[in-house]
Design a protein around this ligand. Structure first.
Ligand code: ADP
Ligand code: MG
Length: 620
């Protein structure tokens, strides 16, 4: 008999499960049934693909046993089972990325954390909400030796060899003193119906009931063993829409997505014709916690003629739709298709294309609060889609939302276009890290003055890569305001005039700043600020920076252009200033404060502070 320590994270998780007050304990039944159903699916697949198991007379079944005298509950299946190694790696360590990120998100605040469980479900370990001890007795299909994994939900577990005839798993749960309600036939039946009605295998409840025989004085009451199937055992997606209620769709969602909240949207489609397939997709109300992890768990299960094939294929939908949960069931794929060659399969490619269209159409139709929720949760991945899915780029551009200089909320490109200049057909935008500094950027001044709307893009990392490649939307071209001339009423001659008038000043400032700026020139884009900086878009480095960002590397520095506001009082006075060291200080301040407004850092913070102090003391 070997004792093992649980991986630290599991220890944490178990503590949370056993000690925090959690209101929705019943979900442990859903989680164990879901694991059994997965195990049955896996064996069913083996039976169809591996010679060793082909033709075995088998029908998958989940059994729940209620034992009042013992105070225990068992949940068993004749699925694929686990080897000794499987037990240790699947139950002794956290293998699943969802669980990993769940644990990373734990705050230590029991109330918040138990809400996280509610939101995400954490599989097997949820049993410790109700169990004093758990034994997992299991035998892997094709192996001779069975094993038992036992734990009291503390830091350690034991694994030892046992005997068991059939392959599959039985989970024995010794209930805590105050959790005996789960032995009640009615209670358990209700839970199974609620969460697992459409698990595709029969779930049979085994229990004992008092039965009286004889009458009057001869009456004898005995406990009699009974057995009853409690679920419908039809895969939900195979039923016609007209036979399904909203509640049934939602409960099925909870059983496959392990969530406690309702989905934002579900869509169920049966496609018939040259190809036949059924899809049932759900858009969750909150983005999966592992959405931004490279090892995210895909949300789609692939079935062929109701036989489970895989739930671990990231290619069933494009990766930007990785938040979608659900089922694809094809009538045309061969049952013994190897998971490796799925990618090249034309039938699947067609299903995928059709699915993306359906999902995006549904998203486009969301309105009101639902549309807001969608944007809040998924706007960033929509931007990923714009970049990666050329076929559906237009639709995604209709879905994406941006902040705007005109209002506080988020707007669509259609909103922008409907009120923009329909002759010029230009959509202006500015990208940066911080919404507030973007809104207050000196570069926006001229647009505000001319009453031109500018999109405020503050998902810098994504926007910087995605936006330039959008090019245009419905014939409107997107323009980065830091790379173009500002709107103004001055003619080229007037500009020339001003530039000449201030030539000696701009030359002097350039002399002070040296290589720190590429050029100093008079600006037409400023009203209240004395200066601003722009990235030199004509510099080859600007294009390079783009490429570096796409490769996920640090961006090389693009040379800056300093523009000064000839109308500003300070600039006019600066031209006449004779104090040489003050002139230098002010020149640097013009650059550094303009950089700060764009979220850039002054080259030398100490000098910056010293210069501000110098100027202040001279002013006093
Ligand atoms: P998940 O089901 O999301 O992978 P769980 O915590 O529910 O996470 O289960 C962990 C793993 O333990 C499963 O992935 C599976 O490999 C294994 N497992 C759990 N229950 C069973 C079972 N009844 N039969 C076979 N394997 C099981
Ligand atoms: Mg599970």
């Amino acid at each position: 008999m070997a004792k093992h320590q649980f991986q630290t994270e599991i220890g944490q998780l178990l503590k949370l499960m056993t000690h925090s007050l959690y209101s929705n304990k019943e979900i442990f039944i859903r989680e164990l049934i879901s694991n059994s159903s997965d195990a049955l699916d896996k064996f069913n697949y083996l039976r169809l693909t591996e010679d060793q198991f082909r033709g075995e007379d088998w029908s998958g079944k989940i059994s729940i046993g209620l034992d009042e005298e013992d105070g225990s509950l068992t949940i068993g299946d004749n699925g694929i089972g686990m080897s000794e190694e499987d037990l240790m790696s699947h139950l002794g360590t956290i293998a699943k990325s969802g669980t990993k990120s769940f644990v990373e998100n734990l705050t230590g605040d029991a109330k918040k954390d138990s809400h996280l469980i509610g939101q995400f479900g954490v599989g097997f370990y949820s049993v410790f909400m109700v169990a004093d001890r758990v034994d997992v007795i299991t035998k892997k299909a094709g192996e001779d030796q069975a094993y038992m994994f036992s734990t009291e939900g503390t830091g350690e577990y034991e694994v030892k060899p046992v005997t068991k005839d059939e392959h599959g798993t039985v989970i024995y749960i010794k209930l805590k003193e105050d959790e005996k309600e789960f032995i009640s036939k009615w209670r358990t039946q209700e839970i199974v119906k609620k969460y697992s009605n459409h698990i595709a295998y029969p779930i049979v409840l085994n229990y004992k009931e008092d039965e009286t025989t004889g009458e009057g004085d001869d009456a004898v009451t005995q406990k009699v063993k009974k057995s009853e199937q409690v679920n419908a055992a039809t895969a939900l997606w195979t039923l016609p829409k007209s036979e399904l209620s909203k509640e049934e769709y939602i409960e099925f969602y909870k059983s496959i997505a392990h969530g406690d909240d309702e989905p934002l949207k579900y869509l169920h489609n049966k496609v018939e014709g040259s190809q036949e397939f059924t899809t049932l997709f759900y858009i969750p109300k909150t983005a999966p916690m592992d959405m931004y992890r490279a090892d995210y768990q895909p949300g789609i299960k692939l079935y062929v003629k109701r036989v489970f094939i895989t739930d671990d294929d990231k290619e069933l939908l494009p990766s930007y739709l990785r938040f979608v949960k659900g089922v694809i069931d094809s009538e045309d794929l061969p049952l013994n298709i190897s998971r490796e060659i799925l990618q090249e399969n034309k039938i699947l490619a067609n299903i995928k294309q059709n699915s993306v269209k359906k999902i995006l159409t549904a998203v486009k139709k969301l309105d009101g609060e639902d549309a807001e929720i969608f944007t809040k949760q998924y706007n960033k991945v929509v931007k990923e889609g714009i970049y990666t899915d050329h076929t559906n780029k237009e639709t995604l551009l209709e879905i994406v939302r941006y902040k705007s200089s005109n209002e506080d909320g988020l707007i669509s490109l259609d909103d922008y276009v409907s009120r923009g200049d329909s002759e010029k057909k230009e959509i202006y935008y500015i990208i940066g890290e911080n919404e507030n500094s973007l809104r207050n950027s000196p570069l926006l001044e001229a647009y505000k003055k001319a009453n031109i709307e500018v999109l405020i893009m503050d998902d810098k990392e994504i926007d910087e890569i995605v936006t330039p490649m959008i090019g245009s939307y419905k014939e409107w071209s997107l323009k980065d305001i830091t790379a173009i001339d500002a709107p103004d009423s001055k003619s080229e001659e007037e500009k020339e005039e001003i530039s000449k008038e201030f030539k000696s000043l701009t030359d002097k400032i350039k002399e002070v700043l040296g290589e720190e700026v590429k050029e100093v020139k008079t600006s037409t884009r400023l009203t209240s600020s004395p200066s601003c900086v722009l990235k030199d878009s004509s510099d080859p480095m600007a294009g390079m920076a783009q490429m570096f960002a796409q490769m996920g590397q640090e961006m090389p520095e693009v040379p800056l252009i300093l523009e000064i506001n000839p109308e500003h009082d300070m600039i006019k006075k600066l031209d006449a200033l004779s104090d040489k060291s003050l002139f230098e200080d002010i020149s640097w301040i013009l650059l550094d404060s303009a950089k700060l407004s764009e979220g850039l850092e002054p080259k030398d913070k100490v000098s910056f502070a010293n210069r501000v102090a110098n100027i202040a003391s001279k002013a006093l």
